[in-house]
Every structure is written in C-alpha cells, then in structure tokens.
Design a protein around this ligand. Structure first.
Ligand SMILES: Cc1cc2nc3c(=O)[nH]c(=O)nc-3n(C[C@H](O)[C@H](O)[C@H](O)COP(=O)(O)OP(=O)(O)OC[C@H]3O[C@@H](n4cnc5c(N)ncnc54)[C@H](O)[C@@H]3O)c2cc1C
Ligand code: SF4
Ligand code: SF4
Length: 1022
C-alpha cells in the first residue's frame, strides 16, 4: 500500500499572513496556496524549478492594486511577487520562490477594438492568437509574432518584448504598444504613453512613485546618453529590458513604455494595454527553398534578402525531420516534395512575401523564382523550391515551423534538447560564421541539436540535447553559456536576442559595464526593496539584492534525479514534459486539452498533471516506496484482505483528518477526460491517460474506489447479459427517483438505455454470420476476397445497434461479404479507471481472439474510433507487438476500396455537401485518417468538409459522471453548441464518435448521423 504523503514544503508564515490580509482587503480573485497549484507553477519552459509560496489569480485591475498596495506595507516588505502569463518563458522569467500573480486566468478580455483609429485595448492575460481572432473580422492583426502564439499572453509578450518571424518588417512588441495601464508597487495605477516635455515636467513634480520613476529615467537618459548609445547594440532586435536607447521616440517624446516593455515583471504589473494593429495583408506567398547543407541555406539567406521578402526563416534537417514524424506534416507535406534524383534536404529557407497588390506580389515571387532557377545546382545554392500562395495554406507551413520548435524536445533517450543559449542574435551578415563557431562548441562536446532561425534578423534558435538528471552533464550549462557569450561578443551580438533574460540576467552587469548601476537605479525607483520578480534584469543597489545565476537556481533535473531510473522508465510518459505549454492552447476549436479549457485551471492540463506526477514520484521515492513493485503488489492483493485498511484511510480522507498529497494528484487526474488529445498533440507526446491509469491503480490500493468505477469498469462484461432483458435496465435508467439516486449515490447521470432491437436478430434477418477462422476457411474465393470483419464494441453494439446494422447494410450494398466478430470486452473503460489487472486480462483475451481472425487475412474494422484505437495504443503496453491484432478504423480500410465506392455516384442527390465532426482521439491520434473520410465521400461524388471543433465534453463516461456534468456541458458550449445549432448546418453534420453523438442528443436533443449512415441513406434515396 502506498504511504500517505503528509510532508510537503509548506507556505511560509509571512505569505500566509499576506494571503489572509489580501482576503480581508476584499481580493476578488482566487488564492491558491495548495501544494498542487504551487508545484504546477514551479516550472515554465526553462530548465529551472522554483517552488512558489502560493498563486494569486487576480480578477481585475483592482485586485492587482490590492496586491501591490499590501506588498508595499512595511509588514510585507519580504513578500516577493512574480507576474505570470502563459508561463512559456524559456529562462525562468516567471518563476519565483515568492508569490505568483497569474493574470491569464481571469484578466483575459479584449476590451475595445477601434477599427477607425486602428487600435485595440486588451487585458494583460489575453492570448496573442485570441487577440488576432478577435481582430480578424475587422481586417486587422497584431503583428509581433512568436512560436507560442496560441498560449503566450500579451502581458508576457510586452514583458519579454517578444518578436519572431517577420520582425524585420514588423518590429517587436513594444513597437506596437501605444499605452500601458500598469500597477506600480504601492498600488499606483499609471497610464503610460509618449508624452511631451511639458507633460513630463508636470509628472516629475509628483511626490509619489510615478514622479520618482519619471525623474529617474529622464535623468539617466539625459546624463548617460552617450553611454547608452555605445552600449545598446544597433540590431534589429535591439535589447530587451529597460530599453533606455528608445526612451525618446522618433518625434522626441518621452515614453516610459520603453522601460516597461521587456521589464520581465520586475518593474510593474501590466493590467491593460492599448495596442497598434495593422491591416492583414491581402495577398501572401511563401517560397520554400531547399538546400543540401544547412550552412548553404544560412549563407544564401543573406543573398535572398536582396529580393526584399517580408521575412526569411531557416530550418535545418533535424527540425524538418521532426516535423515529418509528427501529425502536423500531413498538412504541409505537399509543399516539400522530394523529387527523384534530388539530394536529401539539409536546410530550408522559408521566404515570405506579403502585399495588398496581387500583381506586385506575383512579380516579386517571379523575380525570386527566376533567380533561384538561374543558380540552381551551383555550389552553396538551392537545388529546388516550391511556392505556396494564400494565407490559409501558408499558415499551415508556419504552424509546422512553430510546432517544430516544440518537437525539438521530443528526442529519444535521456538527453533532451533544452533552452539556455537558444536565442542569440548577431548582425545578419555575421550569422553564418557565428553559427559555424557555435556548432563547434556543441560538436566538440558531441552534443546533438537542431537549429532554426530568423536569419533576416540574425537570430538563431538552438537547443542542445543534455540530460539534466546527470550532474556531470548539468555542468555543461555554465561552460557552454560562457563560451556562447564570448562568441556573441566576438560577432557583435547578444546572448538575449529574443526570449529575454530571466535567470541569464547574471550576464547583464558585464555587458552593460558602467551603465549597469543606472539600470539598478531605475529598478530601485520602481521597486526599492527588490520585491517585484527579484533577480531578473537588474537589482536595486541594496544589501542582499543579487541577480540570479544560471547554475545557482534549482533545476528540474535536480528534482527528477531523485526518482529511481526504474520508476522514471515506468512513468516516462510524464517525465519528459518540458513545459513548453502547447497544451494551454487557447483555441476552442482545437482538441487540446478540454479539461484545461473547461476549468481554466493549470493543474487540469497535461503539463499540470505531468508536474504533479513527477513530484508525487519524487515524494514516494523519498518515502522509500518502489512504485513498480507497488503496482505488482496491488495486482496480487486480495480485494477483501485490503478492505479494512482502505475503509479506514477513506474515512480519514472524508473527515479531512489527514493531509495526503496523493489526494491533490487524484483530484487533478479525475478532471481528465482521457480523451488522449495530449498523446497526439503534445510535441513530447506526454500521455496523461497512461500515467493516470497507473496512478489510479496504486491510489485505490490505499483508498476505496467510488461505486461508479465498478459500474463503468464492469459495463462491458455485464452488457451482453443486461441486453437480453433490456426493459428492467432501461426502466431503471429512466425512472426519475432512481435517476436521482444514481446521480447522488452512484455518481452517474444520464446513463444511456440499451437498444431494444437486438443485433443478433438484425444479423439473422440479414444473413450475417459471426466470424471465425473455420467459417472464413469455408468461404468461397470470391466471398473471401470481398470479406470484411466488423469488430464490435460495447457502446455501438448495445447502445446504438442501428449503426452497426447500417454499416452492415452499406458494406453489403457496396458488394462486400460482411462478418461480425463475436463480442468480447475491449477493456478500454477498465484502463481509463486504472483497473490495470482486469484490463490486462481483457486485452489478452480479446487480442487472442482477434489475432486468430487477423491471421486469416480478412481485414478487420472497428466502428467507434476511440475503442478501435485502443488496439494499437493501450494494448501495446500489455501485448507483444507481434501478437497485436490489426483493427483499422472504418475509413482507413474503406478509403482503399475506391473501385467499389466509385461504382456508386451520389452526386445527383439533393444534398451533396457535408461537414465532418470527428472524434478527438481520432483526429489527434490518427490524423491522416480524417482526410480518408473526405476521399471516401469524394469517390462517391460528394463533398465533405472537416468542421473545426474542439472536444464535445463527453469522452466515454466522463460526461456521465455527476462530478463532471457541469464541466462537460461547459466544454460542449466552447465549440460544439454553435455548430450544432447553426441552421445552415441542418442535415449536413456527420459525427464519428459514439460519445459525441450522445452528448449532442443529451444537450441539444439532435440525433446526428455517423458518416456511414449518411452514405447509406443517400444510397437508398434514389
Ligand atoms: C517553444 C517556444 C517557442 C518560443 N518562441 C518564441 C518566439 O518566437 N519569440 C519570442 O519572443 N519568444 C518566444 N518564446 C518565449 C516566450 O513564449 C515569450 O517570451 C512569451 O512572450 C512569454 O509570454 P507568456 O505569456 O508565456 O509570459 P510568461 O512566461 O508567463 O512571463 C514572461 C515574463 O513576463 C512577465 N509577465 C507576464 N505577464 C505580465 C503582466 N501582466 N505584467 C507584468 N509582467 C508580466 C513575467 O513576470 C515574466 O517575467 C518561446 C517559448 C517557447 C517555449
Ligand atoms: S504536456 Fe506536452 S504540451 Fe504540455 S507543457 Fe508538457 S510537453 Fe508541453
Ligand atoms: S487526456 Fe484529454 S483531458 Fe486528459 S490531459 Fe490529455 S488532453 Fe487533457
């Protein structure tokens, strides 16, 4: 039995007092000092891990004012505060051992769009892609770009002065900041914007912090102008953080925003921002230029800049190969053809043109094409290219590039690419030479790495692969950073070219030299006692205030190495999460991650769950528990013998007598839908359902399981019996009193009723037989070559029997010889709930039966996507690969039957255009199969569009569990509700998942058909 984890690092007294005082003062947001929230926010995308004392989620600017006011009181001067947005920083920017102030949870509204004057006002927690989606209908966009645009916030972008692809044309974030509403320590709310000298003089007269910082910044700028000119490099990317070089704008106006932008939360909280927006260019083209070496692509990029593109990005073969191995490649593969006889692609330049005039855009592209053709094959030049027109298609390539950054973390083995020297910038003309020397630094140490960069801006991204769990390898961080800093000096560049300073601020004093004390004075003006995100960018010149050091901050590796390698291996699906935050994708039409989207709690995300499991493993190890052995013990233990202890532990849990960190982990796991979107979409392939099941297995070795788990777990075994007499079961499920009892005591709601039209009767009526090796042997040659076996699952066979019969009818109608595999429990519900022993038994028994059928060579197909994919995913953990039965999704098999499909042209039917709403597991874990539905429809003269939607909120039994009903409905509202209720979609929507269809029925009382059912009805409808 696992031990109780009662000892965790508690919140310091001063912070508890601060939180209490905040509550008393009327703080309206959420205050979390539980260990789970603290652990989840102890990491960003960097190599570091710092446990905060608590997390504050302000609801409004007033809350920020309260925090800042209280922190300035003499009793709370030890309190440290670190603002946080998306938490995607790569250098520990938002990490603290004080309090985290997460503005992303509640302060995330686009407040005002002024199309006439071309600006937008937003709260600090608005995500960049969210903003652009709101601006799109007005024809505008917020131009600064970054790879994390689907989760990084405007507050974070402002504070790191973010920029990325297109920065040569569009500049950095601060180039688009018109006004900032900031909250200063002490609670002053200040609106900063470019001001005249008269206004400045007036402000300088104030005797508060606002007056003080204006006096200070103006004085530093006036007195140290020459030094500032000498120290601040004249790079496209300039220098993030306290940008004194741009205190006066082109019109000579004083602009405090130059200092605030890039301030990394060390000066003030950004509550709101007024931002400049630009018209979306009407036309765009992307030229993908291929090279046989990365060096050639880099050197040639400088030449290509003469053809005046909007931007040029270079990626190396490593990054490209990672993208090729991911589901994202499916969307762009057509643009990177490998022609016969061509060398392997080792470098690519992505050259983008944008314009409002189509002719001029085409002329620009034509000129570049001509040049590329004229130099093709020459040494150091490209050997081929392709051109993509239109923002929609181009964005697919950029999405691939953006994702590839995350994919760099998905290397095999223990050495994983990590950020610490990942964003150097040098003048573009020095880039190729700089990179060659940079590569030597890494090659000399035999390190693997992938590279890509904004070559037009001289920015290089590289993440060397290092195992931070290995103490020896950890020391490379210092050695390599020091060498790279020296190289940036040699090539007149910067270590901090794009992602800000964070922990790397330790290099600032040397870089700024005699200007650094001036930065300290500015910091001291805003934050005299070093409370605002201390240790980043600069410290006030007071005793004990020091910058963080790259090797003096605790790293994730130092915590992870406390877990035994055997346990790490067993839970590897959680260990490698690198915190890049792709799972915080804000897009409601994206499958990732419904429990995070439905609750907006970071503990309910793949990153949250991985972080909790890592800490749980570490604490278990500290308590001397071997979890690998523990799992074996639970499997071998007797249900009855362990009952008394489990009852005792559960009673203590109910009375809240005994703290156990496992309960916090459990709570987060129970909020997971087990939809597997993380498995398919996380760049590192973090597999929450897998480690969730392992956790639940041992957790319930110590505590009692809820009754609903037994109901769900046993459903597949019971259902064949229950279906023999469906009436009493259905009566019980529909009876109001019993429903209330089920809801309250069994924890289940809206359980479906069993179909009264039995599958066996339907089969008999159609002359369909059960498949067996003997029967298949007895088939004629023709029957055999046309045979297909439908593998049953409990949900469709018993709760949606008509769908199975419709599939039988359609396939028979197309000329196939249809057989039905005998029903056996698939085991997925057991796995979801962590009944691992029972799952293993079910998987072994079912796969043995299916493998025999598989060996006959007759193809097997499954109807429900999620149940069918279990055969290639969850089964893979318990069944040797050679014994795994091959069960295809319907579309994977049917799309290859073009001849039979083509014999039926349905183009003359009254409706021929449809929209597919695919199941999350299917579209994230078998992405190419979605297009196969389109091919099937196309082969029959129909058009099928893929409707962009997120999760429906049902996911197996999740939406039927009382504790989840509300969130389940909220998730449905995020994207499904609008599509389902759009009158334009009437009779056009097709749904592949059983769960999704039942959720639509339950919430909107509509029965949406499966794509198979639509085809059948069109076939019949002559
Ligand atoms: C895979 C990957 C790719 C990346 N690519 C790019 C890129 O192309 N270009 C680029 O510029 N960056 C890039 N980054 C870095 C990162 O995404 C950016 O720095 C981003 O701007 C951070 O935004 P965030 O909302 O996640 O901020 P966080 O990481 O939460 O915070 C960043 C800093 O801003 C401060 N902060 C946040 N909100 C506020 C606020 N409201 N008030 C005051 N201070 C605040 C924090 O204290 C912290 O110092 C990348 C990161 C990753 C993981
Ligand atoms: S779970 Fe995956 S997507 Fe989320 S932070 Fe971890 S590695 Fe990134
Ligand atoms: S399985 Fe689904 S709900 Fe659970 S963590 Fe992964 S994406 Fe989120």
């Amino acid at each position: 039995m696992i031990p109780r984890l009662s000892q965790v690092e508690t919140t310091e007294a001063i912070y508890l007092q601060f939180i209490e005082a905040l509550q008393k003062a009327g703080f309206a947001g959420d205050l979390n000092q539980d260990y789970a929230n603290r652990i989840v926010l102890s990491t960003d995308n960097s190599i570091y891990q710092m446990l905060p004392q608590g997390v504050l989620y302000p609801k409004s600017t007033d809350d920020l004012v309260l925090i800042a006011k209280l922190a300035d009181e003499s009793r709370f001067t030890e309190v440290k505060l670190s603002a946080r947005g998306g938490g995607t920083g790569t250098n520990g920017q938002s990490l603290t051992d004080g309090l985290i102030v997460d503005v992303s949870k509640h302060m995330n509204q686009v407040l005002e769009i002024n199309a006439e004057e071309r600006w937008v006002r937003v709260q600090g927690g608005v995500v960049k892609d969210q903003l652009n989606r709101a601006l799109k209908p007005y024809g505008f966009f917020f131009a600064p770009e970054l790879s994390t645009s689907n989760r990084a916030t405007v507050g974070g972008m402002i504070n790191t002065d973010a920029s990325g692809q297109g920065s040569v044309m569009y500049g950095k974030t601060r180039d688009h900041v018109l006004e900032l509403n900031s909250v200063f320590l002490g609670g002053e709310l200040w609106n900063s914007k470019p001001i005249s000298d008269e206004e400045l003089d007036e402000i300088k007269q104030r005797d508060d912090r606002v007056g003080e910082v204006h006096r200070l910044v103006d004085e530093v700028f006036t007195k140290k102008k020459d030094l500032i000119d000498a120290k601040f490099p004249k790079l496209n990317r300039c220098l993030t953080g306290y940008d004194l070089a741009h205190i006066r704008d082109e019109e000579g106006r004083f602009n405090l925003n130059s200092v605030l932008c890039g301030g990394e939360g060390s000066l003030a909280f950004i509550a709101e921002a007024k931002l400049n927006v630009l018209p979306i260019p009407k036309f765009a083209a992307l030229v993908n230029v291929k090279y046989d070496s990365f060096e050639s692509s880099l050197r040639d990029a400088t030449d290509l800049m003469e053809w005046n593109p909007t931007s040029i990005e270079t990626i190396d073969s490593k990054v490209l190969n990672l993208a090729m191995g991911d589901i994202i490649w499916d969307t762009v593969s057509a643009y990177f053809p490998q022609e016969e006889g061509e060398p392997e692609i080792s470098g690519i330049n992505l050259v983008e043109y944008t314009s409002d005039d189509e002719e001029s855009l085409k002329a620009d592209v034509a000129r570049l094409e001509e040049h590329l053709k004229s130099v093709a094959g020459q040494a150091g030049k490209s050997f081929g290219f392709s051109v993509v027109y239109g923002a929609g298609e181009i964005n697919k390539v950029w999405a691939m590039r953006k994702k590839a950054v995350g994919l760099l973390g998905n290397a095999k083995g223990q050495e994983r690419p990590i950020p610490f020297v990942e964003d150097t910038a040098v003048p573009p003309e020095n880039l190729a030479d700089f990179i060659m020397e940079f590569r030597k630094v890494l090659d000399d140490r035999d390190l693997a790495y992938g590279m890509f960069g904004h070559v037009d801006a001289g920015v290089l991204h590289v993440r060397p692969a290092i195992d931070m769990k290995d103490q020896l390898q950890e020391s490379l961080i210092r050695d390599i950073t020091d060498e790279v800093v020296a190289l940036t000096v040699k090539y007149k560049g910067l270590l901090w070219g794009e992602h800000g300073k964070g922990v790397r601020s330790e290099y600032a004093p040397e870089f700024f030299g005699e200007l650094y004390p001036e930065l300290q004075r500015i910091k001291g003006g805003f934050d005299p006692r070093n409370q605002m995100n201390p240790g980043k960018i600069a410290t006030p010149a007071i005793d004990g205030a020091e910058l963080l050091k790259i090797d003096a901050v605790p790293t994730r590796g130092q915590f992870d190495r406390q877990i035994s390698s055997e346990t790490r291996e067993e839970y590897k699906e959680a260990m490698f999460c690198n915190g890049n935050g792709a799972c915080f994708n804000y897009d409601p039409n994206d499958a990732m991650c419904p429990s995070w989207k439905g609750t907006r709690q970071r503990i309910n995300s793949p990153k949250g769950r991985s972080s909790l499991i890592r800490e749980w493993l570490r604490l278990m190890e500290q308590n001397g528990t071997d979890l690998v052995e523990e799992a074996k013990r639970v499997k071998a233990s007797s249900f009855i013998a362990s009952l008394p202890k489990r009852i005792k532990n559960t009673l203590a849990k109910k009375k809240e007598e005994e703290y156990d960190f496992s309960h916090e982990v459990h709570e987060s796991m129970m909020a997971c839908l087990a939809c597997k979107s993380c498995v398919g979409q996380c760049p590192i392939k973090v597999n929450v359902p897998d480690f969730r099941a392992r956790f639940l297995e041992v957790y319930y070795g110590r505590y009692l399981r809820p009754a609903k788990d037994y109901m769900v777990g046993s459903l597949e075994c019971m259902i064949p019996w229950l279906s023999k007499f469906p009436a009493p079961y259905n009566w019980a499920m529909q009876n109001k009193v019993l429903k209330a009892i089920f809801r309250k005591h069994a924890g289940m709601v809206d359980s479906p009723t069993i179909c009264t039209n039995s599958l066996i009767t339907g089969m008999k009526a159609r002359g369909i037989e059960f498949a067996s090796p003997q029967l298949i042997k007895s088939l004629s040659e023709e029957q055999r070559s046309n045979a297909v076996i439908i593998v049953q699952d409990a949900f469709t066979s018993y709760f949606e029997t008509q769908l199975v019969l419709d599939l039988v009818d359609l396939l028979s109608g197309l000329g196939f010889h249809v057989l039905l595999a005998p029903f056996k429990p698939n085991g997925k519900p057991l796995h979801v709930h962590g009944f691992m022993k029972a799952f293993e038994k079910a998987a072994e028994s079912n796969s043995a039966m299916l493998k025999e059928l598989d060996n006959t060579g007759v193809p097997m197909i499954g109807i429900d996507p999620s149940m069918t994919l279990t055969y290639r995913q969850e089964y893979g953990y318990v069944i040797p690969e050679k014994d795994l039965p091959k069960v295809q999704l319907i579309q994977e098999w049917l799309s290859n039957q073009k001849e039979k499909l083509g014999a039926f042209d349905l183009a003359s039917r009254s409706t021929t255009e449809f929209k597919l709403m695919a199941h999350c597991t299917e579209k994230t874990n078998a992405a190419p199969s979605i297009r196969m539905w389109q091919q099937i429809y196309e082969a029959m003269g129909l058009k099928l569009d893929i409707q962009a939607v997120g999760c429906c909120g049902m996911s197996g039994t999740y939406g039927h569990e009382t504790q989840n009903v509300e969130t389940s409905r909220e998730i449905y509202q995020l994207s499904w509700s609008e599509v389902v209720n759009n009158p334009g979609n009437k009779d056009r929507l097709l749904v592949t998942g059983y769960s999704c269809r039942s959720q639509v029925k339950r919430i909107d009382d509509q029965q949406l058909p499966h794509p198979i059912q639509k085809l059948l009805s069109l076939l019949k409808d002559k």
